[in-house]
Write a protein that binds this ligand. Sequence first.
Ligand code: UTP
Length: 308
Amino acid sequence: MTESHPKITKAVIPAAGLGTRFLPATKATPKEMLPVVDKPAIQYVVEEAVGAGLNDVLMITGRNKRPLEDHFDRNYELESALARKGDESRLAKVQESSDLATMHYVRQGDPRGLGHAVLCAAPHVGREPFAVLLGDDLIDPRDPLLQRMVEIQEQHGGSVVALMEVAPEQVHLYGCAAVKPTGDSDVVEVTGLVEKPEPADAPSNYAIIGRYVLDPHIFDILRKTEPGRGGEIQLTDALQQLAATYQSAADAAGKIGGPVHGVVFQGRRYDTGDRGDYLRAIVRLACEREDLGPDFKAWLRSYVTEEM
Ligand code: UTP
């Protein structure tokens, strides 16, 4: 466990991936900018970080990612046009994203993997624990997860990953955790991790999803982490080393970096980088909206009964 527990204030959002599963939409547009109902996916992610008290947001971007920066910046032309028209509600919508958080950006020159993207955050983060939210992973705003992870990190120190139980045939799509129970029913201790295992090699059906609270010692490990699966520097490999070092060290001095815990998430989550999940996210969130939901649900009901 780390000696002190500084308050977590920084969120890192890696958004430099190529988004190849969504081509051609992502040829010139970042996948994180694809709209989910009427907001880009990334705005939900930044809102989630702010909702958990993390107002300092560092986004890891790359080529073709300028729209991400523009979205969280002022747009004076649009704002003054809406102000001239007296369209206060749309003006508020435009200003919402630029007033949300203190935004910072760093570019990952080459997308060398999630671990490498997280390492790009080291100069900004310094030696404090910090959160990582994947820019294409959307946690339903009604099922808060990050607050609980921050709470567990403050309680135990070390790092915390988000886990979700998936069907055995899905395990090969995720990082997978070996776990042991703790006193809390929604929290496990992570004893090992494997990136995208074959079903026979999977230590459990607990899959890592895109939220992490990390001890800064992860940067020291990432600097030495060799490319792994897919030739990419994998965050899961660095976390595996963190967990293994903690598990194998007998004395406190060897337990640098602290334990790795997992919060088991049972809420709604969408991988907006996957076309099917993206469509499900839009339908679900549109149905729940007060302004659009009633009409949309009525249409959906008749579509399903008449057309399918
Ligand atoms: P994905 O595995 O979804 O990769 O990355 P991807 O390249 O974005 O998408 P596909 O598979 O080609 O469609 C998981 C997260 O890590 C970020 C991505 O932006 C995404 O949020 N990432 C990945 C980086 O920031 N840099 C990288 O080098 C790789």
